[in-house]
Write a protein that binds this ligand. Structure first.
Ligand SMILES: [Zn+2]
Ligand SMILES: [Zn+2]
Length: 322
């Protein structure tokens, strides 16, 4: 819960009232019942925008798991902005704090403070309302991204107007508002539930877990323990059965030349620091990888696809947990 003794944790009503009203907006469907087309558009806008949160806000702006030129960066930030989760710079700067200070008081959505705080409490209070540009200097040097971060209501408003013009009121309430609310809670579940549900593979020193169900809901973000172990890669599913649709889309963007230097963990990195070393050795044998020595500081850099054998010249932003 919010700490009433900390003035920075007072509920910010200027933010919270629109946030609450947004949650009530889908009730408009009572008066304007949705068509099947509206429902299909709702699902499409949920998953379509989920990609821009996971594949762009998170893996690109948060972790630089791949590269894009300035033009595609702006377009992708704009598309992510239609999710009404503030600007890419606000989103990614707080997320970088989460990785640096996971499960401590300096982690914005410290999961040790309970479900409410990590899911939504940290968003509705004053404490984390501002963007800390010093944490995201690498992107804050582009004025168009700073503009988008400041006027973050422009993209979702435009999308809402377009949906209303195309589909009318029923589409506005179902396809736009309902999908936006579902998208909020799908995204927030990564901050709250993936630090509670599932199983950890790697020793990361915090509470992150891997969850197949949450990966389906969030296009691959459920492999959160993998991600905390090695956060600077474009993929979060580290083995073929770990379904990671955001990564598949990034690879498609790579095929058409939009995404470059797509980073994945080396085999050595994938097979290091397992909690269950017996399971690790069994799988490593199947993959023909000799079980790596633990506690070594040898080559663990991420490698770029498709030339998996050549280490990237760009060092990882965050190194794997030791
Ligand atoms: Zn986390
Ligand atoms: Zn992350």
């Amino acid at each position: 819960m919010l700490d009433r003794n900390d003035p920075r944790e007072k509920i910010n009503w200027a933010l919270s009232i629109p946030f609450i009203l947004l949650h009530l907006a889908p009730l408009g469907m009572i008066f304007f019942p949705p068509s099947w087309g509206d429902v299909v558009a709702c699902v499409a806008l949920y998953y379509g925008r989920m990609f821009f949160i996971t594949g762009v806000y998170h893996r690109y702006f948060g972790h630089r798991g791949y590269r894009m030129n300035r033009f595609w960066t702006f377009l992708a930030a704009f598309a992510g902005g239609t999710s009404a989760q503030k600007g890419a710079l606000w989103w990614a700067s707080h997320h970088r704090w989460h990785h640096r200070f996971s499960d401590t008081d300096r982690d914005p959505h410290n999961s040790n403070r309970g479900f409410f705080w990590s899911h939504v409490g940290w968003i509705i209070c004053n404490k984390y309302n501002q963007t800390h540009y010093e944490t995201i200097k690498d992107f804050a040097k582009y004025p168009e991204l700073v503009w988008l971060n400041k006027y973050h209501l422009v993209p979702p408003t435009l999308l809402g107007v377009v949906v209303w013009l195309i589909g009318g009121w029923s589409a506005l309430f179902c396809s736009f508002f309902l999908s936006t609310i579902l998208l909020y809670h799908g995204t927030f579940s990564i901050n709250s539930l993936t630090h509670k549900w599932g199983k950890a593979r790697y020793k990361t020193g915090e509470t992150s877990k891997n969850s197949f169900i949450l990966s389906l809901v969030t296009l691959g973000e459920g492999w959160h323990n993998n991600h905390h172990y090695y956060s600077s890669t474009a993929n979060q599913g580290f083995f073929w059965w770990e379904v990671d649709i955001s990564y598949y889309v990034i690879r498609l963007l790579g095929l058409v030349g939009i995404a470059k230097d797509i980073r994945v963990p080396s085999d050595r990195a994938r097979f290091k620091n397992w909690i269950d070393e017996g399971a690790r050795d069994k799988l490593a044998r199947r993959y023909g990888v000799s079980a790596p020595e633990e506690h070594t500081h040898d080559l663990d850099v991420a490698v770029s696809v498709p030339s998996r054998s050549a280490p990237s010249s760009r060092p990882p932003e965050f190194t794997p947990a030791e």
